[in-house]
Design a protein around this ligand. Structure first.
Ligand code: ADP
Ligand code: TYD
Length: 214
């Protein structure tokens, strides 16, 4: 059974919506699960999240940002993700590929640094499945700014930054562990596509139902 599932995509792509709908499907299907997010998901990680996502005058150096994300991930992974994986499916809003797209593709930090940190902090723990919601960044940012008032530090970066992040997600290759979903459909249609995919792949030890929202 696949247990660690991460949702990835640009801001406003619809990740949180799809995570919520899938969680409902799991609940109705009688499966035990734990929902979480990054950066955040544990007490200290949520404190670090505030530094990262709150819009502020002072810039954060790229390496500082990467180290803060890994400090948060260290707490979150060891205190929440790993313990919950013992007897639950873990649904996580963002994980490794967000760091790759947002911190590595937009800076001069080499990929080897990310790989080094990831191996030291997580012992190379990767999700069993990463579900990427693909949408153009102009649509995502618009949706995101309509929803959020405060946590907008990344949204207010320039369009070159967003292009790089967005291209990073678009260029992720479909593999056994990465699946890409078109985010331009309605939320219920995307949910159906995700549930169909998971059921077809026999991801869980039973078939899960759809859960549509108005
Ligand atoms: P993310 O977690 O990727 O930032 P959200 O799930 O929070 O995205 O969605 C951002 C906004 O877009 C929310 O207001 C949400 O209701 C809306 N939304 C989500 N999915 C869709 C969709 N498929 N079509 C149109 N709007 C959507
Ligand atoms: P999130 O709450 O998922 O934002 P949204 O709901 O808009 O998609 O994530 C907050 C921000 O954190 C998001 O703009 C991307 C950023 N982020 C990184 O830059 N690197 C990372 O490794 C992670 C996990 C998030």
């Amino acid at each position: 059974m696949k247990k660690f599932i991460a949702f990835e995509g640009i801001d406003g792509s619809g990740k949180s919506t799809q995570l919520r709908l899938l969680a409902k499907s799991l609940e109705i299907g009688g499966l035990k699960f734990f929902c979480t997010r990054e950066p955040g998901g544990s007490y200290v990680s949520e404190l670090i999240r505030k530094i990262l996502v709150k819009r502020q005058k002072e810039n954060i150096l790229p390496l500082t940002e990467l180290l803060l994300i890994y400090a948060a991930r260290n707490e979150h992974l060891k205190k929440k993700i790993v313990p919950n994986l013992k007897n639950r499916i873990v649904l996580c809003d963002r994980y490794f590929y967000s760091t790759y797209c947002y911190q590595i593709l937009t800076s001069n930090i080499p990929l080897s640094m990310l790989k080094y940190l990831h191996s030291k902090v997580t012992n190379n723990l990767m999700p069993d499945l990463t579900l990427v919601i693909d949408i153009d960044f102009e649509i995502g940012i618009k949706r995101s700014l309509k929803k959020k008032k405060d946590e907008t530090r990344f949204e207010f970066k320039d369009s070159l930054f967003h292009k790089k992040v967005s291209l990073g997600f678009k260029n992720l290759k479909k593999t056994q562990k990465i699946e890409i979903f078109n985010g331009n459909y309605s939320k219920n249609q995307i949910h159906k596509n995700i549930v169909d995919f998971l059921n077809k792949k026999k991801t869980f030890n039973k078939i899960i139902p759809y859960h549509y929202e108005n």
